[in-house]
Write a protein that binds this ligand. Structure first.
Ligand SMILES: NC(=O)c1ccc[n+]([C@@H]2O[C@H](COP(=O)([O-])OP(=O)(O)OC[C@H]3O[C@@H](n4cnc5c(N)ncnc54)[C@H](OP(=O)(O)O)[C@@H]3O)[C@@H](O)[C@H]2O)c1
Length: 249
């Protein structure tokens, strides 16, 4: 493995898988992680010379430790990591469940925190490295059905904002990816309209383009993100009824 390799956590399906394949198509070495060994192996078969699988469960501290030890041994290691693993569980007030909320938080937020804790010291001692965190536009604003998922993404956005500021001048870059709706297994079960739904190939291409640059936030489709950002700026007395109206029936 070279320093130019890119490590994608959450690459057995959906956006992460497609990002891995597009990087490999460009000749970039990719390390892919997720829990499902079979699905990872299937991705490896597309470019076995460039794609390497390192199975990992972000909810399991030992698994995170082992994978990062394996990849960053001897001062080597990928100089870009994309922390993309995520779980989605629709939850509304009438099915409110602390267990479900904490399970989603464990994957989406704690998983990222566990990995950053292990990766950051390597990047700081080298004075270089890029950590890309995949959150969601669902983290901009509380949304119906998103009682378990939305708060995990809001927490990631807040974490990345703070890290980006703290790490200025350190040589370590934090980038935040906030996708809108993308056609993947994660959204396949949604039975409500998904405005500006994107194909996974387009989403992955937008993500890679953003990672090539240095902007803090990478978002797609932009029109949807800008609409949500605008709603976020409105006073609650306007924005909350507007969201209710826009998302009911
Ligand atoms: N699709 C959208 O519309 C959309 C919108 C906004 C944000 N996002 C975010 O984009 C990211 C990718 O989502 P996607 O749509 O591509 O979903 P996906 O197809 O379900 O992919 C999720 C990935 O995360 C991995 N993962 C889940 N739990 C894990 C765990 N405990 N440890 C390690 N890996 C784990 C899955 O692999 P295994 O199950 O094999 O572990 C899979 O590779 C997520 O963070 C999601 O929240 C998606």
């Amino acid at each position: 493995m070279t320093n130019n390799a890119i490590w994608i956590v959450g690459a057995s399906s959906g956006i992460g898988r497609e990002v891995a394949l597009q990087y490999a198509d460009k000749g970039v070495e990719v390390i892919i992680s997720a829990r499902s060994k079979e699905k990872l192996n299937e991705v490896v078969t597309f470019k076995p010379d460039l794609i390497k699988s390192v199975p990992l469960d972000v909810m399991d501290e030992c698994s995170v430790k082992l994978a990062t030890y394996q990849l960053f041994a001897d001062g080597e290691g990928p100089k870009t990591v994309i922390l993309n693993a995520g779980a989605y569980a629709p939850m509304s007030f009438d099915h409110f469940s602390a267990d479900k909320a904490m399970e989603v938080m464990d994957v989406n937020y704690s998983g990222v925190v566990r990995l950053i804790e292990r990766i950051l010291p390597h990047y700081l001692s080298d004075g270089s490295g890029k950590i890309v965190v995949v959150a969601s536009v669902a983290g901009y604003q509380g949304l119906p059905l998103s009682l378990a998922y939305g708060p995990t993404k809001a927490a990631l956005i807040n974490l990345c904002e703070a890290l980006r500021v703290e790490l200025m001048g350190s040589g370590v870059t934090i980038q935040l990816v906030n996708p809108g709706f993308v056609k993947t297994p994660l959204t396949a079960g949604n039975n409500f309209p998904m405005p500006f739904l994107m194909e996974v190939e387009d989403a992955a291409a937008s993500m890679i383009k953003g990672i090539e640059g240095n902007a803090f936030e990478i978002t797609f489709p932009r029109r949807f993100a800008y609409i949500l950002k605008f709603i976020r700026m409105l006073p609650y007395v306007i924005s909350l009824p507007l969201i209710r109206k826009g998302t009911s029936g």
